[in-house]
Design a protein around this ligand. Sequence first.
Ligand code: NAD
Length: 499
Amino acid sequence: MSEILGKFSTQSYAFTPTATVQNWIGGEWQDASSGDTLDVINPRHGQAMSRAPLSAAADVDRAVAAAAAASAEWKQWPMRERAQVFYRLRGLLEAEREALAWLISHENGKIYAQAVAEVDKAIECVEYGCSLPNLAAGTQLDVSRGVNCQVTDEPLGVVAGVTPFNFPLMVPLWMLPQALVGGNCFVLKPSEQVPLSMVRLAELFVQAGLPAGVFNLVHGGKATVEALCDHPGISAFAFVGSTAVARSVYGRACTAGKRALCLGGAKNHLIVVPDADVELTAENVVASFTGCSGQRCMAAANLVAVGDVDHIIAAIAEQAAKLMPGTHHGAITNASSIDRIKGYIDRAEQGGATILVDGRGKRGEEPGGYWMGATVIDHVAPDSPAAKDEIFGPVLSIVRVPNLDAAIALENSSGYGNASSVYTTSGHVARAVIGRVEAGMCGVNIGVPVPREPFGFGGWNDSLFGHGNITGWDGFRFWTRPRKVTSKWALQKDTTWMS
Ligand code: NAD
């Protein structure tokens, strides 16, 4: 077991400091050129558990050179052999499931059970990569007499990805299986807040037999990301993070001539109508807005209460009030996020909203750390910041509307378009809502409507810049380009202009 992971085999929330991480370039651990580092804070304890280098353009350049050097050989491997690496990786992830979950829990702050769920979802993404040789056979057709056209999906070369803090293992594995099985070499920049899971993944890739240089890890922040956007040796760039950054890096990468797909933030609406099942709705809504402490792009943010649903709101408030931070959901990523989340609750209260459940004073048992309890705010004004902005914490804003048309209009007034759900026992209502909401991922009686493999993950509008989804078949298409080969092996007597 590696030094990094060995520390997390203790299987507890006890504070665990670990080594400073390095970049992984061409199969070697390397220091960044500048020597600048950033503390990696364990959100549950509020203490520095590691340090991550802040890499500069020169480090990105080194990683791209290593990836380019590996590319010539890697793209010659048959896809079936490239997929074998992911079969082996799957076994390694399964074997380390618990220790990996503890590692995620320590660097991200989520509770162990929710970290296990992340590992399981990451494994599903790897399984999709394993299946690619059975899906990517390409096509061919005799397009005229004696003339055949064949289409194959070819790698782009060196590609890059940038990922957020909230899913340290899963989000990178939204990208890597399709990109690598597709024959590319990758430069990944994980969030500087959670670099450790990717350090372990680099080690597991070695055990799985991935050749040096195919996967490279460059840690850092804004300057590192901008160097990736600008680097002429990178053909495609994927990003997952907040909308402001997604929009800006999408523009920058496209300007530099890259194919880009950049997923942004969210403000997800759950529309609840009076005929909804009370137990199902309450349990599901609470799980959605408190899971990962609301720090996920699929979390419920606004509950749009259509007509009289007071009985359902009462059940939601009752369940949410029982949740304890540290036990039922984890810590918040850092101190400034606590200030941001509290600020939204304070302003909503000052604006006349009713705080049904107040999480501002709740905390986990540890003396330090960044904590916030589940919070339910009723009668939130539809044009207030609590109803419009991404709060990214365990906060549910309830906006009251008189009818379904008003609910759909409210949903569609949001610039975001990640997820939207409706809670009803009526198929007619469900169809009416799903057919009209501006959201890429919709749910019926499901609070976190993630389209699991083989379906592709991706929102609309300000939640996604570019085309298609990041996972599933769209992901494979994003990381590859079609080659069309038209061939003829004999002179045709009955020739046409096409032959
Ligand atoms: P973030 O945008 O702050 O950071 C994401 C990545 O961008 C990190 O690697 C970070 O180093 C880098 N970065 C930060 N500021 C930058 C800048 N100015 N220029 C260039 N790069 C920069 O996001 P976060 O706080 O890590 O993650 C939370 C956000 O991610 C939320 O908005 C959430 O909704 C979103 N998210 C979206 C999805 C999705 O699928 N749409 C999934 C997960 C998270």
